[in-house]
Design a protein around this ligand. Structure first.
Ligand SMILES: Nc1ncnc2c1ncn2[C@@H]1O[C@H](COP(=O)(O)OP(=O)(O)OP(=O)(O)O)[C@@H](O)[C@H]1O
Ligand SMILES: [Mg+2]
Length: 351
């Protein structure tokens, strides 16, 4: 490892002090500061209810940092990790592994049909006519299963040529997930099973979607896990705060990222905090960047990403860009409301 003495630190980063005077009762330990006096960095638990973002290029330490955060948060609240690659089981030493499959289904949930349609729109990039046909086919009843969604579309009556064409193209888009192996993966019975395990879980609950071989099925499962979390809080079926750790978020959202923006803006009032992780900060909307309280920046290599993130920290200048580009694996520049200046921290992996 390169000696930190050989690295230059811009003046903005000269105060890696934890400003939380007197220790907050609920605090999240992330690691130790390494520029200036070494001291533990604790982020107040409550800050996580105003959302967190972890960015960094491939292999920079994002998932390890997210595992530390998930472990710490689960001391005070419920935590669901949406695990795209199936990595968290090996990183977390407590919790429940919900490996999404026909034995561990994900329900299709939403407050109304429009919300369900929005998820399909996001996952399948539906055109407006396709979304219209789906909404019309579903009527005003949230479907019990993916099979029911497909049946209702098949049964919908075409009264014009454009309707027939759009219906066929909608069914083509759904063809990857209309395979028999997925029929029992998306079913209403997932609500009670998931809830029972979540409520009894001592540590984070890992919603592992990696066993679904098709990326469309993985996306659908990931987004419906997020919808389920919102649904459970909305109906007060989960009393505790709930934190959603969403890794590889760039795999889940389309370029318009409507789903994520809405979730980000609306769930806080339900007592849900989001921890969003991505290697591509440029896909994150300005609204999300501005309204995310905690930012954990691992090394970034693309100039565009560095510029974007430094600006969001209010720090853009050559020295800072250089610093972000040179962070070692597991090192991060951390900022949150309450910290007088961003701190350089060596993240401690979960033990
Ligand atoms: N804080 C840390 N301390 C020590 N080693 C670390 C730390 N963070 C990450 N590593 C090591 O670096 C490697 C990559 O870590 P990790 O998987 O967390 O990175 P990532 O940014 O999530 O990668 P990817 O972009 O592939 O998802 C792993 O071998 C991990 O053990
Ligand atoms: Mg990772």
């Amino acid at each position: 490892m390169k000696s930190i003495l050989t690295r230059r630190f811009p003046p903005e980063i000269k105060a890696p002090i934890n400003p939380v005077y007197g220790e907050p009762i609920k605090k999240i330990y992330l690691g130790e500061t390494y520029h200036g006096p070494t001291q533990p960095l604790f982020v107040p638990y409550s800050s996580f209810l105003r959302h967190a973002l972890i960015v960094g290029s491939t292999g920079s330490g994002k998932t390890t940092t997210a595992s530390r955060i998930a472990t710490e948060l689960s001391k005070y609240s419920k935590v669901i990790v949406v695990d795209w690659n199936g990595e968290y089981l090996g990183l977390l030493n407590s919790g429940i592994h919900y490996r999404v499959s026909s034995s561990n289904p994900v329900p299709i949930v939403g407050d109304d049909v429009e919300e369900v349609v929005n998820v399909f729109e996001e996952v399948l990039s539906l055109t407006p006519p396709q979304a219209f046909i789906l909404e019309k086919a579903l009527g005003n009843r949230v479907p019990e299963s993916l099979t029911e969604v497909l049946d209702r579309i098949e049964e919908s009556v075409e009264d014009s040529r454009w309707f027939l064409e759009s219906k066929l193209s909608l069914l083509r888009k759904l063809s990857t997930i209309s395979k028999p192996k997925y029929a029992k993966v998306f079913e209403r019975r997932g609500v009670s099973r998931f809830l029972k395990l979540l409520v009894s879980s001592e540590g984070p609950m890992i919603a592992d979607v990696s066993s679904l071989s098709d990326s469309t099925a993985r996306k659908l499962a990931s987004l419906f896990v997020l919808k389920l979390a919102e649904y459970l809080k909305l109906r007060r079926l989960v009393k505790n705060d709930l934190h959603l750790v969403v890794d590889e978020v760039h795999n889940l959202i389309g370029m318009n990222e409507g789903f994520l923006s809405r979730l980000h803006a609306e769930v806080r009032k339900l007592g849900i905090g989001l921890v969003i992780i991505t290697q591509s900060p440029s896909i994150i909307s300005k609204g999300i960047l501005t309204n995310t309280n905690i930012k954990v920046v691992h090394t970034l290599k693309s100039r565009e990403d560095i510029e974007l993130i430094s600006r969001s920290l209010g720090l853009y200048q050559y020295d800072v860009a250089n610093l972000i580009a040179r962070l070692e694996v597991g090192e991060a520049l951390i900022d949150y409301t309450g910290l007088t200046k961003p701190a350089l921290v060596r993240i401690e992996p979960p033990t």
